[in-house]
Write a protein that binds this ligand. Structure first.
Ligand code: ADP
Ligand code: MG
Length: 601
């Protein structure tokens, strides 16, 4: 089992180390050609880093980085030509220009959904040369933007060494910010989103806003890179900003590992040097980039960064004597760590839903109260999951009201429902890739107190306090479900029983008004069911509102305070377990066919 120690490493250590390394590179006495390639690699790394944020973390294929880069380059260059040579001001303007291009193209691209961002950003890249030539009075058209003045900072001329140092510092600052974003709840939310939009919205994440945020943020490093490029040669050539550059960026992102922070540096370095190794090769550069893209995508899962990480883990496991901390969930997990849970009454009234001619739900009413376990049972196809999906906002019923704590919520989008306090698990647990157990639990906190994006970038005191609270509460809920000893383990490596408990912990950390558990016991062995039952009773006693969708009649009668029996979209019987068990209709229709082991789905 792997221990993910990266979460505990000081966040500034790697950017600092990489930055210092680059700062001292010129001392090696590099020749002109090599040091130029190093400088171009740094610029490319910034653009690639933005690509990683939107492609790798948000799972959105968008090539618009090139347009944002162009916006940054021309903004900085034009400022300089008109007398504003201060690099800091140019960087701010360039970052902002990139951001504007990002938002303007991201909004329509993402609004229309699925592949449209890929397409709109692709066209945007193809349009860049046209836009440049349309405004040729300002941009110089095909001749490029010439006459850029040497950059200054606070009136001091930077000189070539000073400029190199400035480039490295800007890049370090961005990578530190990127690391902060990725390690924050927003970074976790992005990975949840990448795993599944359904999971994301069930956790209160607005899919559209999150993707737009990632795409727009990715515009900042691209804009900065543009400004650095303009001041490097004091000239912006339009040829260098086109479709070929987009392919290079994509290839470097994939090669370095698009879901990584520092992979961008490795990928950019390799691409920059490979494509410009000799001038004979340069005519083939799109071809080389394409080949690297395909090889990187097919052969190197996780790219160079993934390879490095695997190697480090392998060495670490060797050195540690292959330590194994994958103990089974302890049946005697400590109790009483969450003092009180603010459950709310969840009330569905007269809900109907039909799919075409199929009446899946026909006037169903259900009440689930705080401090009680309410079970929803019924044979396959009786409408249980449909009701759950309507409560969570994934479907909309034709009629009926649904409220939590008196707040009407029928018809709201799933992320709104989640933010009102409805938390759920899935029939097949949804666990995002590459997160530790503790991180998965923290993703459940998305709707809680949020830090501003600036707070995240600069790790403000408020942001740090939120992180401390998240960590503390993650520990507490993990203790409650008996997974505390596995907090650093990669979550996808857990067996099914522990995944279900992990989903439960993820629900609990948001202190939900109601918890909906879909077939939470299916696939668990007898021992695991015992652990689960004990935890559910404990949660009920603390005041939780729990809705248990379940096949297993025995489990339900031993656990639930209230049972609703569905059959063909109607509530056939409801009441205490004794009442329901004694109901002749239930005996005939349900228990008659199903003797208590539950049918399979
Ligand atoms: P359960 O969870 O109790 O097994 P469901 O809620 O999944 O039952 O299904 C209830 C009925 O609604 C079934 O007849 C099923 O075929 C139908 N149904 C559920 N979801 C859809 C859908 N998305 N489209 C069409 N029919 C559906
Ligand atoms: Mg179902």
């Amino acid at each position: 089992m792997f221990n993910n120690s990266s979460a505990n490493r000081p966040l500034w250590l790697i950017p600092l180390a990489v930055g210092v390394l680059f700062l001292f590179l010129p001392l090696l006495g590099l020749d002109y050609g090599t040091s130029r390639q190093v400088q171009l690699s740094i610029i490319l790394a910034l653009v690639v880093s933005g690509m990683n944020l939107s492609l790798g973390y948000a799972g959105e294929l968008a090539l618009g980085q090139v347009a944002m880069y162009a916006a940054g380059a021309y903004a900085a260059g034009l400022l300089s030509i008109h007398g504003q040579t201060d690099l800091l001001i140019q960087l701010a303007a360039a970052g902002l220009s990139g951001l504007v291009v990002g938002v303007l193209t991201g909004v329509p691209g993402l609004r229309m959904g699925s592949w449209t961002l890929a397409m709109t950003s692709f066209f945007l890249v193809l349009l860049v040369p046209d836009i440049i030539s349309v405004f040729k009075e300002y941009t110089g058209g095909r001749n490029g933007l010439a006459g850029i003045n040497p950059p200054t900072v606070f009136g001091y001329d930077l000189g070539s060494t000073g400029y190199y140092v400035a480039m490295v510092l800007v890049t370090m600052a961005w990578f530190a910010a990127m690391r902060n974003i990725v390690a924050s709840r927003m970074g976790l939310a992005l990975r949840v989103l990448k795993k599944s939009p359904v999971l994301a919205s069930a956790m209160g994440i607005s899919v559209y806003r999150m993707k737009l945020m990632a795409y727009a943020l990715a515009a900042i490093p691209a804009g900065l890179a543009g400004a650095l490029f303009a001041n490097l040669d004091l000239y912006v050539s339009p040829e260098s900003i086109g479709f070929g550059f987009a392919v290079t960026v994509l290839a470097a992102s994939v090669l370095g590992g698009s879901m990584s922070v520092y992979g961008a540096i490795a990928g950019a370095g390799v691409l920059q040097f490979a494509l410009n190794y000799s001038s004979d090769l340069q005519q083939f550069s799109p071809l080389i980039a394409g080949v690297i893209l395909i090889v990187g995508g097919v052969a190197l899962t996780g790219g160079l960064a993934g390879m490095g990480e695997t190697t480090v883990r392998w060495l670490g496991a060797r050195l540690a004597g292959a330590g194994n901390d994958n103990a089974r969930a302890s049946a005697g997990a400590s109790a009483g760590t969450l003092d009180h849970i603010d459950g709310q009454p969840l009330i569905a009234n007269d809900v109907s839903k039909s799919f075409g001619g199929n009446q899946a739900l026909d006037g169903v009413s259900l009440q689930a109260m705080p401090g009680a376990i309410t079970a929803l049972i019924g044979p396959n196809g009786s409408g249980k999951t449909t009701l759950l999906n309507i409560i969570c906002g994934f479907y909309r019923g034709q009629s009926g009201e649904i409220s939590l704590g008196g707040k009407e919520m029928h018809g709201l989008a799933p992320d709104r429902v989640a933010r009102l306090g409805v938390s759920r698990t899935f029939q097949t647990p949804h666990i995002p890739d590459q997160l530790t157990v503790k991180e998965v639990v923290i993703t459940g906190r998305y709707t809680h107190e949020q830090a501003s994006i600036l707070g995240v970038l600069f790790r403000s005191p408020r942001y740090r306090r939120i992180v401390r609270n998240d960590e503390r509460d993650a520990k507490r809920v993990l203790e409650l479900v008996g997974l505390a000893h596995l907090e650093s383990v990669v979550a996808t490596s857990l067996p099914l029983g522990q995944r279900r408990l992990l989903e439960l912990a993820r629900c609990l950390i948001s202190n939900p008004g109601a918890i909906l558990l879909d077939e939470v016991a299916s696939g668990l062995d007898e021992n695991e069911i015992k652990v689960l039952s004990r935890i559910l009773r404990e949660l009920r006693d603390k005041g939780s509102t729990i809705v248990l969708v379940e096949h297993n009649f025995q489990l339900v009668t031993s656990l639930a305070d209230q049972i609703f029996v569905l059959a063909q979209g109607r509530v056939m019987s409801s009441g205490t377990p004794e009442h329901v068990r004694a109901d002749p209709k239930v005996k005939r229709e349900y228990l008659g066919v199903d003797t208590g082991n539950g049918d399979q789905e």
